[in-house]
Write a protein that binds this ligand. Structure first.
Ligand code: BDR
Ligand code: CA
Length: 315
């Protein structure tokens, strides 16, 4: 099997951490590097968490480049509400032994993608600040990315930070605007589908039957995210970021629609709202494929199988 080589731009974040673990547990994927951004947490915590999660999974050889500490225009929104103050819930991973690479994430991304144009795919599971800055800094960057998969936006679904806007896009809508109009081939994974991929206590209990640092970490990291999701009336917590990897490991579970998608960067009530022109009434060319349906139960089952395998491998 030839695996897809990817770099993940991330703001770990509980579901970001689960995405890193899922990538490591998936033979279809070759995780080449992580780049970090502010978002769920500050850049310091995001970078520390990225390194710690890699070390937890025995993948300390994977490099991490530290990225942007502020959105382009908006203020920092990091808060402990969903992900906890450190970003990884109640887990208490040791300080990482490794340090991030010397180059800034923006320069690292430019260098890596330009070295092998069209070979690497990029997964963006936090605010899009690093990507926007790379696009602006190096005009050849956009053309060198094979495919960009973004967790972000809410098309027909309501928002999760305002009534209209999804977190990753709301935190840096101006960056999203640059990325959406960059010409990079994009797949968008919005709340419309991630809200159908729900992890519940029974799933955590199933994993906990395997005694492993991985299953323990998942239970501790997810505990408060699960609790607050239940308080919000949901059946469990959504696996937003991990679902991006379904584009590689289980593409049949997703239904994609090609269309023009844009984001509101005005400062009104709909700032950060993503909207799609499915009817093409405006005659604007499609700029991405958007996932509008998912077989969520099957994705959760696949996620659990992979986490069981990883738990057995890391003891
Ligand atoms: C997105 O927001 C963050 O809190 C999650 O990590 C995910 O990337 C979901 O809206
Ligand atoms: Ca995230």
């Amino acid at each position: 099997m030839t695996s897809t080589r990817i770099i993940i731009d991330t703001d770990p974040g509980v579901d970001d951490a689960l995405t890193i673990l899922l990538a490591l547990a998936s033979p279809e994927i070759e995780l080449e590097a992580l780049t970090t951004t502010q978002g769920n947490v500050t850049i310091e915590n995001a970078t520390r968490n990225a390194l710690s999660v890699l070390e937890l999974a025995g993948a300390a050889n994977i490099p991490v480049a530290r990225g942007s500490s502020l959105p382009l225009v908006q203020p920092l929104r990091a808060s402990g509400l969903v992900h906890g103050i450190t970003g990884l819930g109640r887990s208490n991973l040791p300080e990482p032994k490794n340090k991030p690479l010397a180059p800034h994430a923006i320069d690292f991304l430019i260098e890596r993608f330009l070295a092998e144009p069209g070979e690497l795919s990029l997964f963006a599971i936090g605010p899009l600040t690093n990507l926007a800055l790379a696009i602006r800094k190096e005009p050849r960057f956009a053309k060198s990315v094979r495919e960009l998969v973004i967790m972000g936006g809410a098309i027909r679904e309501g928002g999760n930070v305002t009534p209209l806007a999804e977190f990753n896009i709301y935190v840096d809508p101006h960056a999203a605007h640059i990325v959406f109009h960059s010409g990079i081939p994009i797949i968008l994974i919005p709340l419309d589908v991630t809200h159908k991929c729900i992890l519940n206590q029974a799933h955590i209990d199933r994993l906990a039957r395997i005694e492993s640092p991985i299953s323990r970490f998942i239970a501790d990291a997810v505990a408060d995210y699960l609790k607050i999701s239940l308080e919000w009336g949901q059946a469990g917590c959504a696996l937003h970021d991990p679902l991006t990897l379904a584009t590689i490991i289980a593409p049949d579970l997703l239904t994609l629609r090609e269309c023009a998608v844009d984001v509101d960067i005005s400062t009104g009530v709909s700032m950060g709202k993503t909207f799609a022109d499915f009817t093409n009434r405006a005659g604007i060319s499609a700029n991405m494929k958007v996932a509008m349906e998912v077989r969520g139960g099957e994705f959760i089952d696949l996620f659990l199988q992979r986490m069981e395998n990883l738990s057995r491998a890391v003891v």
